[in-house]
Design a protein around this ligand. Structure first.
Ligand code: ATP
Ligand code: MG
Length: 360
């Protein structure tokens, strides 16, 4: 008795947290129930969807409708792998699905439809692979930076000693070059090594961070740059390291300002997203922050490469800005993606939000 009550209580959270879309229909093929993964898949809320007939929900899914009718007639479950589901005139998705009939009697027949979005799965696998590639390359760069740092300190120290022993003060010009170039390299190496302190996480308002970066970038860029805000004020506090978040957003925004050569529009847009998978982990609620610009864009063959360290297309760039941004986001359980076409480049950051139970 006790056990079944517990089991029943668990049922709703289980359905809510499944990554598989679950839909239940009556024998007229009217939707009785849809879980959040189903809402995501159909891009429709439970309120909009429940009570609708299957052919209203997915007007183009005629093959699926026929299958459901078949299952009702035969009373046997049915599974189809890797099939294309036509949701409506503009949306098709690749899915695996299973239809299971259930019910007490011939009058009370119901159907359970489980759908797995295989495109989304393949995309997550590809993303994980790419992330591990970025991580490996960052480790190589860090290892190299470490190796160079010590002898460089020695070189600089020796140049300083030499400077004090020079017979002719005019020769100081040369030791100055050694010292200043060593300092420049040292700065580069420090950037390559990344922050050496643990993140100090606190509750922050993302919009305050954005406003801070906005002020900095506008001060650097001058009057011809516009930074628009499209903020969702209802977004809860983020639990992150504030300085590191400033660095992430600054690195991305500075790139946009550089691409625009100081002339154009950047937009900061924030949204709360439900049921998001980041790096293979599912979160009930996540922040989506888009940093868009209407600059020339990034060539298609470069979009994935720009997150690697030392990849730069600018004359005086070190190619570390995005690698650092990605690594910092990673440490916060977040991610960043880029999509680009001329006049519309979007860097999209996702970060888990602490409220809503976090990982499931
Ligand atoms: N919004 C953008 N529009 C066009 N190109 C971009 C944009 N953002 C990044 N890029 C390209 O990606 C490259 C890599 O950026 P990243 O910030 O990693 O390095 P960088 O800006 O060259 O150097 P650093 O940031 O270390 O000074 C840039 O050189 C630039 O060519
Ligand atoms: Mg940069």
């Amino acid at each position: 008795m006790h056990r079944s009550e517990t089991a029943l209580g668990l049922l709703w959270p289980i359905l809510d947290n499944l990554s598989t879309a679950v839909l239940a229909f009556d024998k007229e093929l009217r939707l009785l129930f849809i879980n959040p993964a189903g809402e995501n898949l159909l891009a429709m809320s439970r309120k909009q969807a429940e009570g609708l007939l299957l052919n209203t929900l997915m007007p183009q899914a005629t093959a699926l409708t026929e299958k459901l009718k078949d299952v009702l007639k035969q009373g046997h479950m049915f599974t189809e792998y890797q099939t294309t589901l036509f949701i409506n005139a503009t949306r098709t998705i690749a899915v695996d699905y299973t239809v299971t009939p259930f019910g007490q009697s011939a009058d009370e027949q119901y159907l359970l439809l489980e759908l797995t979005d295989i495109d989304r799965h393949a995309q997550i696998t590809r993303e994980e692979h790419r992330l591990s590639q970025y991580e490996i390359s960052r480790e190589i760069v860090r290892g190299l930076a470490h190796e160079i740092k010590n002898p460089l300190g020695g070189l600089r120290g020796a140049a300083q000693l030499l400077e004090t022993e020079l017979p002719d003060p005019a020769l100081k010009e040369y030791t100055d070059v050694i010292i200043s170039e060593a300092d420049r390299l040292q700065n580069l190496l420090n950037r390559m090594l990344g922050p050496n302190t643990l993140p100090h996480k606190e509750d922050i308002n993302i919009h305050q961070v954005l406003e801070h970066v906005r002020t900095l970038v506008l001060a650097e860029a001058g009057d011809s740059l516009i930074i628009k805000r499209d903020y969702d004020p209802s977004i809860p506090m983020l639990h992150v390291d504030a300085d590191q978040m400033v660095q992430v957003i600054l690195n991305i925004t500075r790139n946009a300002a550089q691409a625009l050569e100081g002339k154009g529009t950047i937009t900061f847009a924030t949204r709360a997203d439900r049921y998001i998978t980041i790096g293979g982990k599912r979160h009930k609620l996540a922040l989506r922050l888009e940093i868009r610009d209407d600059g020339p864009g990034i060539p298609a063959d470069m979009v994935e490469k720009i997150f690697y360290p030392m990849v730069s297309m600018s004359a005086n760039g070190s190619g570390l800005g995005l690698a650092i941004a990605q690594s910092l986001l990673h440490q916060h359980g977040g991610a960043v993606e880029c999509s680009s076409e001329p006049k519309n480049t979007i860097f999209s950051i996702t970060l888990p939000l602490t409220t809503g139970g976090d990982q499931t």
